[in-house]
Design a binder for this molecule. Structure first.
Ligand code: GLN
Length: 550
């Protein structure tokens, strides 16, 4: 296979060993941020070994949130880390699963593209993986490729084999292997143990990969003698054994890795010369996080409350909104099931702001509507995202605009008043075409996905927050605000403060007689970064803070 080497992009491959959940995504994102701090450009790719073609149909309860990119890709939540820690923009090319790779190979086989040859894991699947990786060639100075799962997993083998081959294609000057392992502290022995790391590196060696740098997750920094021991057993230099210590806050990771000099090692091995990194923005950020002046409690009423991973970006965006206001944000996850009719609403009483996030399916839906009503009637700042916005519209229609049977057709197909409905025809700004769909359309195909423009109305909370007349935000939903009811709701005191440029799609609603009540059809959380908190989250936290003081 020919390597289209631009002689620009250097590739870093990150594998994981011992066990999952060591924070490979955060490590990759942090390395990206360190390289950016030295003035380099970075991009990322996550290779996920599972068979699902993309995470779009996966239950967030099992797999964490589905992260949506500008170009409408439904991706792994690690894309969120990459975008939050760096300026890199993720999209379709940045996330591949085994399923997507196999799908593409099988389609080629069906089209006869292999000319009757036997189609095999090596070379056909591995070539497909290599081609996917090499798409990033030329896109940035450094491409950081994260291999999902743990070395030794059966399903990850083709990926490991592909990156082994890529080392030869790219040469040592253009590729680097980083392996993330665990060095546990064993209480009964009173010492840290290197054996799991040794075994994990052996496993990697058996696949033909010698790591260049080892990043060891530990509770406390590894002493020099430990580093030497690991280095000796794993064929790396002691300086290339990096302690990746547990930190209090995830935004400390770049600083902590910088202290260990991981970026120096990377640049040295890849033969890149740059000046010292500017870590001031990260230092200031961590200082701000650790020294808040105020505190607010935000109640989040959702379905996946047991697994905060399923609201990863939302959680982070709220923290960012807090940083912008020098405020520590306490998140109170409240199961919407516990707010259904007949339950008391005590759990909402201590909240300075209430947020109803996006979601699919009817479970907990009436509980969410009760939470919205509580926020509206008690002047509690409210942010409704996607489903949260749709339910805010339903609540207002039922209880204020005199439409008691108002509903979303997602939950009641035969409702006489479908406030939220399935648009059958609309002009799509992204494709530049009229699009159509109906109830029988394929579930996957009917979602409005990715970034869409939205124009804001003067003198609204939305406009105040953003400070610009036109914005672009990411969507992931099937249903829309029904314009047939727009006038009635507006007469009753609902304000449409953001629409698609042609005015046909309602994107943001607010309430006139309320300190801060805003629902948006899009997901602002996907564009919030610690260094650039999203305007709506900043404004929401500010409103909650003011409400608390009042
Ligand atoms: N279930 C709603 C829809 O499909 C909202 C989706 C969401 O909140 N992301 O329109």
């Amino acid at each position: 296979m020919k390597t289209p080497l631009s002689k620009k992009t250097k590739f870093i491959f990150i594998t994981g060993g011992v066990l999952s959940s060591l924070g490979k995504g955060l490590a990759a994102a942090s390395i990206g941020s360190l390289l950016e701090s030295r003035g380099m450009t970075v991009t990322f790719q996550k290779l996920d070994p599972y068979i699902n073609v993309d995470p779009g149909t996966m239950n967030p309860f099992q797999h964490g949130e589905v992260y949506v990119t500008n170009d409408g890709a439904e991706t792994d939540l690690d894309m969120g880390h990459y975008e939050r820690y760096t300026d890199a923009l993720m999209g379709q090319v940045n996330n591949y699963t085994s399923g997507r790779i196999y799908y593409s190979v099988i389609m080629k086989e069906r089209r006869g593209e292999y000319l009757g040859g036997t189609v095999q894991v090596i070379p056909h699947i591995t070539d497909e993986i290599k081609a996917a990786v090499l798409q990033l060639d030329g896109m940035a100075d450094v491409a950081i490729i994260e291999i999902g799962g743990t070395v030794g997993d059966i399903e990850g083998l083709p990926f490991i084999e592909a990156i082994r081959q890529l080392r030869a294609d790219l040469t040592k000057d253009y590729s680097l292997f980083i392996h993330l392992t665990l060095v546990p502290y064993i209480k009964t022995a009173g010492e840290v143990k290197t054996k799991p790391t040794q075994h994990s590196v052996k496993e990697l060696l058996a696949s033909g990969i010698q790591p260049d740098i080892l990043m060891c997750r530990t509770e406390a920094p590894l002493q020099d003698d430990m580093k030497k021991k690991i280095a000796l057993f794993c064929n790396v230099e002691p300086e290339s054994v990096i302690s990746a210590i547990d930190v209090e806050n995830i935004y400390e990771v770049p600083l902590s890795l910088r202290k260990e000099g991981v970026d120096d090692r990377i640049l040295e091995k890849l033969g890149i010369w740059t000046g010292a990194p500017n870590m001031k923005p990260w230092e200031d950020l961590v200082y701000k996080i650790k020294h808040p002046k105020h505190e607010v409690t935000i109640g989040i009423t959702g379905k996946y409350v047991d697994l905060t991973e399923s609201y990863k970006s939302l959680h982070e965006a709220l923290v960012h909104g807090g940083i912008d206001n020098n405020t520590k944000v306490n998140l109170e996850y409240i199961s919407a099931d516990d707010l259904e009719d007949g339950c008391d609403l005590n759990s909402l009483v201590g909240c300075d702001g209430i947020l109803v996030p996006g979601g699919f399916g009817s479970r907990g839906m009436e509980g969410k509507i009760r939470a919205i009503r509580y926020a509206r009637e008690n002047n509690v700042p409210f942010l409704g995202i996607c489903l949260g916005m749709q339910l805010a519209v339903v609540e207002f229609a039922r209880n204020i605009a005199g439409i008691p049977k108002a509903h979303s057709v997602e939950f009641d197909l035969t409702t006489p008043d479908p406030l939220i409905y399935l648009m059958t025809e609309w002009f799509d700004f992204r494709t530049g075409k009229m699009e159509t769909r109906d109830e029988n359309s394929d579930m996957g195909g009917t979602l409005r996905l990715g970034a869409y423009p939205c124009v804001l109305v003067e003198e609204t909370n939305a406009m105040l927050a953003y400070g610009v007349p036109e914005i672009s935000e990411r969507h992931r939903h099937r249903y829309e605000f029904n314009n047939a009811y727009r006038e009635r709701l507006e007469k009753a005191g609902m304000l449409v403060s953001g629409t698609s440029p042609d005015g046909s799609l309602v994107e943001i609603v607010e309430l006139k007689d309320h300190p801060w009540f805003l629902g948006c059809q899009f997901h602002p959380e996907f564009q919030s970064k610690p260094m650039r908190p999203h305007p709506l989250f900043s404004a929401f936290i500010k409103a909650a803070l003011e409400q608390k003081k009042a």
